[in-house]
Write a protein that binds this ligand. Sequence first.
Ligand SMILES: Cc1cc2nc3c(=O)[nH]c(=O)nc-3n(C[C@H](O)[C@H](O)[C@H](O)COP(=O)(O)O)c2cc1C
Length: 330
Amino acid sequence: MTIRTKFTETFGVEHPIAQGGMQWVGRAELVAAVANAGALGFITALTQPTPADLANEIAKTRDLTDKPFGVNLTILPAINPPPYDEYRQVIVDAGIKIVETAGSNPAPHLPMFHDNGIKVLHKCTSVRHAVKAQSLGVDGISIDGFECAGHPGEDDVPGLVLIPAAADKIEIPMIASGGFADARGLVAALALGADGINMGSRFMCTVESCIHQNVKEAIVAGDERGTELIFRSLHNTARVASNEVSREVVQILKDGGQFEDVKDLVAGVRGRKVFDDGDIDAGIWTVGTAMGLINDIPTVGELVSRIVGEAEQLITGRLGEMVTPTAARV
Ligand SMILES: Cc1cc2nc3c(=O)[nH]c(=O)nc-3n(C[C@H](O)[C@H](O)[C@H](O)COP(=O)(O)O)c2cc1C
C-alpha cells in the first residue's frame, strides 16, 4: 500500500515525505539515502563553499542514487551575499529537476528554473507568503510552523492552525513542516489539509546524516523543551538547540544587546564545530521541538518505511475503526 497525494504526483516521489534543506547536514549521503527510501531529499546549496563544490556534491549524490532528488537554495539577506546566480546556474546545468527555495521571495529565480523544466517548492512560514508564492507560479508550497527548527518567522503560529489555514487558500500541492517526526504527524498533516510532510530534525538524527554521533545522541536525550528562540528582538528569529551559547545569546539580546554583541557567539564556524567535533556546547546548532519525539537513530530507509507503514495502519486501523456507519449506530 502507498499513500498517494498531489505532492507525490507532482514531484514524482513514492512517499509524501521530504527532507528539507539543512545547513551543514543536507549532503550527498543523507540526500541519496532519502531518495533511495522513496522520499524527496534536498542538497543544501550553501553548505557547499563554492558553486563548483555544489556541482561535485550533486555528482556524488548521483553516484549513490538513481532516484530523484532536489537542491535547496536558501536566500537570506547578507552583508556579503553568496553568488546566488552562480549556484542557480550550477543547479540548471546539473539537470536538477526540483528546487526548494526558502528565506525570501523566489520571484527572481523562477523564470530561469521554469524555463529549464525545474519544479519549485517554496518554503515559507505564513499563509500570506504561501498565497503570494502560489500567485507567483511556484509548483508547490512547504509551510513551516512555529515548532520548526531554523527560521519559524515572527508570527508564532503553530502547525495546528497554520496548516489548515494555508490549506484553505492553497490549491497547488502543499507539504507541512515543523515538529513532524513520526506516522502520527504524517496522518495529522494529511488530515489538516497538507499533501505530505517535510522533516529536518528527524532526518538529522539518522545513521546517514553526516553529523557527529554526540549531536544525534543529544537529540535522542533531549525533549520538546530543549530549544531556544534566538534573535527575537532582531526580527530574525531562529529556533536552535538550548545550550550554554544560545542561552547567553538570548540573555544578551533580552538585556538590550544588538547583533554586534552576539556576533562572535553565533559565528557559523562555532556551530560547525558542534557538528564536526561533537562538542554540543561549542556554538549555535539548529534543531526543533520535534526533539521530543525523536528516540532513536535509525537508517533513513528504516525511518521512512516505519513512518509510511505506521501511517497506513493508523488510517485503516485505529482511525478507521472509530468510524461507524450512521445506520449501525443505535
Ligand atoms: C540543522 C538544520 C539546518 C537547517 N538549515 C536550513 C537551511 O539552510 N535552509 C532552509 O531552508 N531550512 C533549513 N532548516 C529547516 C528545515 O529545512 C526544515 O524546514 C525544518 O527542520 C522543519 O522542522 P523540523 O525540524 O521540526 O522537522 C534547517 C533545519 C535543521 C534541523
